[in-house]
Design a protein around this ligand. Sequence first.
Ligand SMILES: NC(=O)c1ccc[n+]([C@@H]2O[C@H](COP(=O)([O-])OP(=O)(O)OC[C@H]3O[C@@H](n4cnc5c(N)ncnc54)[C@H](O)[C@@H]3O)[C@@H](O)[C@H]2O)c1
Length: 147
Amino acid sequence: MKTVQDILQEKGHDVWSVAADATVYEALQVMAEKNVGAVLVLEHGRLVGILSERDYARKVVLQGRSSLNTPVGEIMTQQVFYVRPEQTIEECMALMTDRRIRHLPVLEGNRLAGVISIGDVVKAIVSEQRVTIQQYENYILGRGYGE
Ligand SMILES: NC(=O)c1ccc[n+]([C@@H]2O[C@H](COP(=O)([O-])OP(=O)(O)OC[C@H]3O[C@@H](n4cnc5c(N)ncnc54)[C@H](O)[C@@H]3O)[C@@H](O)[C@H]2O)c1
């Protein structure tokens, strides 16, 4: 069964982040530049929150605030769910479904080792299922030839 570590080996260990006192506008610029839907929020290297496009839509746009003078720390989600490298992709999917979240930071001890998104998890599950289907096809065809 594939693990978080397997996904990170394939996609890399990049972590796109901003400081809590950055403006929401600056965080959106990082998201656009890196083509991602969320950034981690760090303070002295410590994970203190996560800011997603959804946070922006609901806590800035809908509340009539301005991204240019709202600090990230004011609207970020402070309770960050994370995973460990040895956890399975099924565990990630369960956590994402239960908590209705789309990004999971990966922590190795206290160190940030990467980020896993729902797209990464779906891609890994589909590729695992493709291998299983191929194995069944080979088995069925192999048996057919023998008979
Ligand atoms: N084919 C692929 O390899 C693949 C993998 C993931 C996502 N996608 C596609 O991208 C689109 C959006 O994906 P999503 O909703 O999963 O989220 P997303 O756009 O936030 O994530 C896209 C990629 O960036 C990475 N990422 C996101 N935030 C990051 C951060 N702060 N630091 C470092 N890396 C970060 C994710 O792990 C993922 O690999 C979807 O259309 C999805 O299908 C494709």
